[in-house]
Write a new protein. Structure first.
Length: 398
């Protein structure tokens, strides 16, 4: 809690209320599986369950404007247009956030492709500070998600082509709901991306889009999940992905293109989350920059391997997470060129691809609140030779 230097009774009261509200919000976030994030000019809740479109459950981010060195509401951010008593909701599918009956929440002030700015007035009086405002907006969005839900999941619709007959409790339905509205893009279907695609396709997401212009080579089959038929050699990876996974689930789309400046708008249209699994620095920079601009959260996966004189392998896996409109990835992702990927490309290590994919998918589940902690760490670095994972905390998160 920042000290403002004021000593009058009103300011002391505001500080007291703000501190109480902050403690309450952080405790509630820990209990319910989302996280509170503070930046220099924004205070937000990341991973709050909501309806990202009418009837489409998912997770969103709720942000209010805040002073650089205080808890007072401020209105100098671009999305605020000078208004202080508004919130920006991100991670949406259609530029609006809705309740369980399909009605929009709050009064719309401004809309974007994956976000909206809304206004909600307090029942009485003004917001004491940013914590008080954030509490009100979280309550409105989360109440809209929970209102009228049933006590069991016997009518739960799942994306698979076969029936899973187990009934679900209300808590289990809500857990599945955290990602059911997700429309995921996987950029690169190689030794890591194909494993990510396999794991995400087995989650209850709405859509999975795989992008890759390459064709399957014999060496690729050794690295890919499952027992891939050798008849696929010489055929597009994107076609393999779509035809294979459409056999057991809906919403699978393979795109026989690499993503770059020429098609970045098409690739990210309607997407709510992205996995980057490419070994090209230029392509990575283009796509990550575009996702930062439009507010799509993502995870980037990197593999770097070397060999000792007696050919033993060592190296690292790097997992970098980015929230909506978050530039931290620019420092966390090194520009390494092909130095660490050439050796990996010559080795047949499906276990490495699967391990990297598993860490990446777990980071996504943490960011969406299905796993603790409620928000993924900014960067994880796993060293093969030491079996150690070195985490780096996201700046300002708890």
């Amino acid at each position: 809690m920042s000290e403002h230097g004021a000593t009058n009774g009103l300011e002391a009261c505001r500080k007291s209320v703000g501190m109480t509200t902050e403690v309450m919000l952080r405790a509630d976030a820990e209990k319910r599986g989302w996280s509170i994030v503070r930046r220099s000019r924004e205070l937000g809740a990341v991973g709050v369950p909501c309806f990202v479109a009418p009837g489409v459950p998912g997770r969103c981010e709720i942000w209010v404007g805040i002073g650089r060195d205080s808890d007072e509401l401020q209105g100098g951010l671009e999305w605020q247009d000078g208004n202080t008593h508004v919130a920006n909701i991100r991670g949406l599918a259609q530029g609006g956030v809705y309740d369980r009956h399909g009605e929009p929440i709050g009064n719309s002030v401004k809309t974007g492709e994956n976000n909206c700015t809304i206004s909600i007035k307090k029942d009485s009086g003004e917001y004491v500070n940013a914590w008080d405002a954030l509490k009100t907006y979280i309550s409105a969005v989360y109440s809209g998600f929970r209102a009228g839900e049933t006590n069991d999941g016997r009518d739960l619709e799942r994306p698979y082509t076969f029936q899973i007959s187990e009934e679900r409790s209300r808590e289990e339905v809500e857990w599945l709901d955290l990602v059911r509205g997700e429309r995921v893009a996987i950029i690169g279907l190689g030794g890591v991306g194909s494993w990510i695609a396999d794991l995400v396709a087995k989650a209850d997401v709405a859509e999975v889009h795989g992008w890759d212009a390459d064709k399957i080579e014999a060496k690729n089959i050794i690295r890919m999940p499952g027992a891939v038929n050798p008849d696929w050699i010489g055929k597009p990876k994107a076609v393999w992905f779509e035809e294979t996974y459409r056999e057991f689930r809906k919403g699978v789309f393979g795109h026989q293109e690499n993503v770059g400046e020429q098609n970045i708008e098409q690739a990210l249209s309607g997407i709510t989350y992205c996995f980057m699994a490419v070994d090209d620095d230029e392509a990575r920079s283009i796509v990550c920059s575009a996702m930062e601009d439009v507010g799509i959260p993502f995870v980037d996966v990197g593999l770097s391997l070397s060999r000792t004189d007696n050919s033993q392998v060592y190296g690292s896996i790097r997992i970098v997470n980015a929230l909506s409109h978050d530039a931290a990835w620019r420092k966390a992702i090194p520009q390494v060129g092909q130095s660490g990927q050439e050796i990996y490309g010559r080795l047949e290590l499906p276990d490495m691809g699967a391990l990297a994919a598993g860490l990446a998918v777990q980071s996504w589940r943490k960011m969406r609140g299905q796993m603790l902690p409620g928000c993924a760490l900014e960067c994880l670095l796993y060293r093969l030779e030491t079996d150690q994972i070195t985490p780096r905390e996201r700046g300002g998160s708890q």
